[in-house]
Write a protein that binds this ligand. Structure first.
Ligand code: 3HC
Ligand code: NAI
Length: 699
């Protein structure tokens, strides 16, 4: 028998134990082992029921994703599950950790399911561009009903033990030791003479859906509105529909066909790449996993403005006590009120309990003086974006903070090395660049200064994880990774409207590609006044010369059209609405601007718009990689997916470049350079990969 799965008998129960760290993925060896153990258990004359349980931190967390895309190796999971379901002896699944994907499908092939309350049950295949491919779409609805199953399958989000018990997914919750509790449950089944319940034969839960055939189309409409071109959830619905339109075996065959179609799709390849990229981003080559970190028990945030409040919430959400400091008592009071309002709104939506809100609020203490940092393990500064002020503050922190404390700045544009040099401990200084709203956005760029030491860096990464953020290590440069690329993208978008496009055309191309909003709607959301002020300042200094982006924006700002906050910017906004409405006045203003700039407007194709928006970002990212500012192309992708809403089903900008072909991107960049000058100068890495036939992501 395979070493990954063992069989032993405990009294009248045959116990099948899997042990395939770290997550008991159902690779070939596990499937083989399970098939053999089931056969052994069925043949074991002393065994009256069988129990399937896993060692380590979890029940099977799914199929082995690394096997996808390779030739299939027998036995397939569906065959193993058939053997489980058709066993004449009752089989019980004993669940802890995360019974995900193929793991939950194993449990659904069993005749009974018990587990601990902390266990999670989910079918997250949709997040990998797939659908449950081993009976999940046919068995789950037959057990818990079509609508609840559709919810779980199309969202991919898990449910906890209590909910599983309530909706019938789990038959019993076990307190204390799972193995003991599950054995007792199995013995009871034997004692009570309960038969093996095959979910394939259950019909009661699907009657309601059979009487309501419009259900699936309603669901499709709802999903399509937010899918942004991602087809996986729609495929899931197609499969689940088989539950009411087809007999079980045909439903399974249809599920299998849809699964195979999804498996070879570009979208699934992209999403599976993203899954591993998100795990890779946490690894820093010269900072080993066992690098000692500071156990952050207390934090301090300086500045209770837009960012500071959200950052303080992140500490509280992670269960870490935090002091929120501001020099201005009114701002501090308002900052605390905003935090309270944010939590209250989450409570009113039912996504947080009042008790949990109270607990989190109690973790946040307002403070007026910098002395409050004395007890903190991690201080995050989020005061005005002003180098002199930041240096003064870091100078003071150096004397006030504990000698071992990690000192971080949330600056978005200033030189972290210069800030670090204001202290006597630059090794403990780094950037923690949160994205707005800081309590919502998953991305956190962790800026490694020239002198930042491994311990503080690893500490910041660990805190990011505790806060539920995706931390990506980046180097010091203007804009770090995300905003440096964004700058290229918004510049070209601005040029495009001077040359012949309109904001609504550009935005439509970008949303059609899958981003949540285009550059002009985004500009209106962020506010056009900040850039306007910067350009005014640079014009006064004489540093804004040559062709620059912002002619249209400047004219809009001169008319006090600052974006959503004034109900007018590139678009106009109806009172109380955030929906951008194209504005003929803006169109006239754009045409006039082109004329004044001496640009003859032309028709610009959607293809050109897409290339002009995406390729300068890709080229900039190649420079970023050349300079070692990002560690890997996949980190760039993770930054853009989590910080800017780049569609994950396209894998991120670098994966997209590989999909298009690096050579095509390079050729287009060279053409644009001829037309538009050296802002399009190809990066060395882009040129090198194009010449070698290489890729950014190693596909
Ligand atoms: N296959 C292969 N490797 C997997 C894996 C899987 N299903 N799930 C996790 N791993 C690997 C990770 O890549 C990581 O490897 P690394 O240490 O080399 O980076 C390691 O296991 C640990 O994973 P995490 O760092 O993610 O550990 P966490 O404790 O944070 O999370 C988890 C555990 C919740 C199980 C999370 O890993 C997860 O969500 N895994 C994916 C689950 C999933 O999508 N299952 C469905 C697969 S598709 C399927 O089953 C098809 C079926 O219907 C036929
Ligand atoms: P803000 O203007 O909303 O808040 C700054 C706060 O700092 C103010 O409340 C002010 O009273 C306080 N402050 C000033 N001097 C102080 C001192 N000596 N001690 C304590 N508090 C002091 O600014 P915002 O937008 O929150 O930005 C803060 C930092 O975060 C800046 O460095 C900015 O570049 C960065 N950032 C901002 C983002 C955004 O979208 N707003 C995104 C990412 C980073």
């Amino acid at each position: 028998m395979s070493e990954l799965v063992t069989y032993e008998r405990q009294g009248e129960i045959g116990v099948i134990t899997a042990n395939n760290p770290p997550v008991n993925a159902l690779g070939q060896g596990v499937r083989q082992g399970l098939a053999e153990a089931i056969a052994q258990g069925v043949a074991d004359g002393e065994a009256k029921a069988l129990l399937i349980i896993c060692e380590g931190r979890t029940f099977f967390a799914g199929a082995d994703i690394r096997e996808f895309g390779k030739p299939p190796q027998a036995p397939g999971l569906p065959e193993v599950l058939d053997a489980i379901e058709s066993s004449p002896k009752p089989i019980v699944a004993a669940i802890h950790g995360t019974a995900f994907g193929g793991g939950l499908e194993v449990a659904l092939a069993c005749h009974y399911r018990c587990g601990v309350a902390s266990a999670q049950f989910g079918l997250p295949e949709v997040k990998l561009g797939l659908l449950p491919g081993a009976g999940g779409t046919q068995r789950l609805p037959r057990l818990i009903g079509v609508e609840p199953a559709l919810g779980m399958i199309t969202s991919g989000d898990p449910i906890g033990g209590k909910e599983a018990l309530a909706n019938g997914l789990a038959d019993e919750l076990v307190e204390g030791d799972l193995r003991e509790g599950a054995l007792a449950f199995a013995r009871r089944i034997v004692a009570e003479g309960k038969p093996p319940v095959k979910i394939r034969d259950l019909t009661a839960s699907i009657e309601e859906a059979k009487a309501k055939p419009s259900l699936f189309d309603d669901y499709r409409k709802r999903i399509a509105a937010r899918a942004r071109g991602n087809l996986s959830a729609l495929r899931c619905i197609d499969a689940v529909e088989g539950v009411v339109t087809l007999p079980f075996d045909e439903g399974i065959a249809r599920e299998r066909a849809l699964f195979q179609e999804a498996l070879v799709s570009d979208q699934s390849a992209a999403l599976r790449y993203v899954f591993f990229a998100e795990r890779e981003v946490a690894k820093i080559p010269d900072v080993p996993k066992d690098t000692p970190t500071l156990d952050v028990k207390r934090g301090a945030v300086l500045g209770a403005g837009t960012m500071g409040g959200g950052i303080a919430m992140n500490f509280a959400n992670a269960g870490i006590a935090v002091t929120l400091v501001d020099v201005n008592p009114d701002v501090l009071k308002r900052g605390m009120e905003i935090i309270e309002r944010n939590y209250a709104s989450t409570v009113s939506k039912g996504r947080l309990s009042q008790e949990e809100m109270d607990k989190r609020m109690a973790l946040i203490t307002p403070g007026e003086g910098l002395e409050a940092v004395a007890g903190a393990d991690l201080v995050i500064e989020a005061v005005f974006e002003d180098m002199a002020l930041k240096k003064e503050i870091f100078g003071k922190l150096d004397t006030l903070a504990r000698p071992d404390a990690v000192l971080a700045t949330n600056t978005s544009t200033l030189d972290v090395n210069e800030i670090a040099a204001a202290t006597s401990r630059p090794g403990q200084v780094l950037g923690m660049h949160f994205f707005s709203p800081a309590n919502v956005m998953r991305l956190l760029e962790i800026v490694r200064g020239a002198k930042t030491e491994p311990g503080p860096l690893a500490t910041a990464m660990a805190v990011a994880r505790r806060m539920g953020k995706v931390g990506a290590v980046v180097g010091v440069c203007d804009g770090f990774v995300g905003n440096r690329m964004l700058h290229q993208y918004t510049r070209e978008a601005a040029f495009l409207i001077e040359e012949g496009a309109l904001p609504q055309q550009v935005d439509k191309v970008i949303t059609g590609f899958g981003l949540p909003m285009g550059p002009f709607a985004m500009g209106d959301l962020a506010g056009l006044d900040i850039g306007f002020r910067v350009r005014k300042h640079r014009k006064a200094q004489g540093t804004l010369t040559g062709r620059y982006a912002g002619h249209v924006a400047d004219r809009l700002c001169e008319m006090e059209r600052f974006g959503q906050k004034t109900s007018a910017g590139y678009y106009r906004y109806e009172k109380g609405s955030r929906a951008p409405v194209p504005d003929p006045d803006v169109e006239a203003l754009i045409l006039k601007t082109s004329e004044e700039l001496g640009i003859a407007r032309r028709n610009i194709s959607d293809e050109e718009i897409l290339a002009r928006c995406l390729y300068p970002m890709i080229n900039e990212a190649a420079k970023i990689l050349d300079e070692g500012i990002a560690l890997r192309a996949s980190d760039v992708d993770i930054i853009w997916i989590n910080g800017y809403g780049f569609p994950a089903h396209r894998g991120g900008p670098m994966f997209h470049a590989d999909s298009v072909g690096v050579k095509s991107v390079y050729d287009a960049v060279c053409e644009f350079q001829k037309e538009h000058g050296d802002v399009w100068k190809p990066a060395n890495l882009l040129k090198k990969l194009a010449e070698e036939g290489g890729t950014f992501t190693g596909r």
